[in-house]
Design a protein around this ligand. Structure first.
Ligand SMILES: Cc1cc2nc3c(=O)[nH]c(=O)nc-3n(C[C@H](O)[C@H](O)[C@H](O)COP(=O)(O)O)c2cc1C
Length: 224
């Protein structure tokens, strides 16, 4: 299995990159492969007006690495992982730009849309966030956007790690040990439990098999 990690910080030796490399270490130890992408190297253009920007063949005319990133690296991957610093309580601009420009590929006006949509669904996703502030709410907008984009793309958002630090590489001193958590996430991203129920979802009352009594229940919440 292969994960692509989209690294959004302009600091190549920064905290979110360190989380990304820890994720890669865990994934490789588990026998998976990882492709680390520096978004600031690959993307140079912002989203423009598609009516003037799309060429006569329907392709985006912005000349940078987005199309190659999408078709050669992202669509064949099994997971998309987002590594970003927290900037003014949101994600770094290169990652937002990546999402904005997704519209050039994941909308019906793109000639290869059917092929893209088919390959895009069914992946897993995860978030690696670095921030100076440790208050829990500071990064919620980023978590929420990744959750909603993942739902939109039919991806399973299986987890996130937040590392607290400001100077380059400072997350390694965070006592919550986000680097260890990122290694663990890398090793488990394709095996981690994931659920997202509706009220009528068929399910056991117990989440974990060790806790099941043999009475599988009605699939609706019961006191235990
Ligand atoms: C433009 C900018 C905006 C920032 N805004 C926030 C913020 O809103 N909240 C926060 O906790 N940290 C903020 N920070 C600090 C970074 O999130 C923090 O230094 C992070 O570890 C940087 O990650 P990096 O090393 O991967 O670039 C900001 C830093 C910059 C440069």
């Amino acid at each position: 299995m292969n994960s692509v990690v989209l690294c959004a910080s302009p600091r190549r030796d920064g905290n979110s990159r360190m989380l990304a490399e820890a994720f890669a270490e865990g994934a490789r130890a588990a026998g998976d492969t990882v492709d680390l992408v520096d978004l600031n190297e690959v993307l140079s253009g912002l989203l423009r007006d598609c009516r003037t920007c799309r060429g006569p063949d329907g392709n985006c005319s912005t000349v940078d690495g987005y199309r190659e990133l999408m078709h050669a690296r992202l669509l064949p991957a099994d997971a998309w992982v987002y590594a970003t610093p927290l900037y003014y309580y949101g994600m770094a601009a290169s990652l937002k730009n990546f999402f904005d420009r997704l519209v050039c590929y994941a909308s019906a006006s793109y000639p290869r849309f059917e092929e893209v949509a088919e390959q895009m669904r069914g992946k897993r996703s995860a978030l690696l966030l670095s921030a100076e502030e440790s208050n829990q709410a500071a990064g919620l907008a980023v978590v929420n956007q990744i959750q909603e984009v993942s739902r939109y793309l039919h991806h399973e958002f299986v987890g996130g790690v937040t590392g607290i630090g400001n100077t380059r590489g400072e997350v390694r001193f965070d006592p919550a040990e986000p680097l260890a958590a990122a290694v663990s996430l890398g090793g488990t991203i394709f095996r981690a439990h994931h659920s997202d129920y509706n009220m009528d979802s068929e399910r056991s009352n117990a989440v974990w098999s060790e806790a099941r009594s043999g009475d599988e229940g009605s699939g609706i919440y019961e006191d235990v």
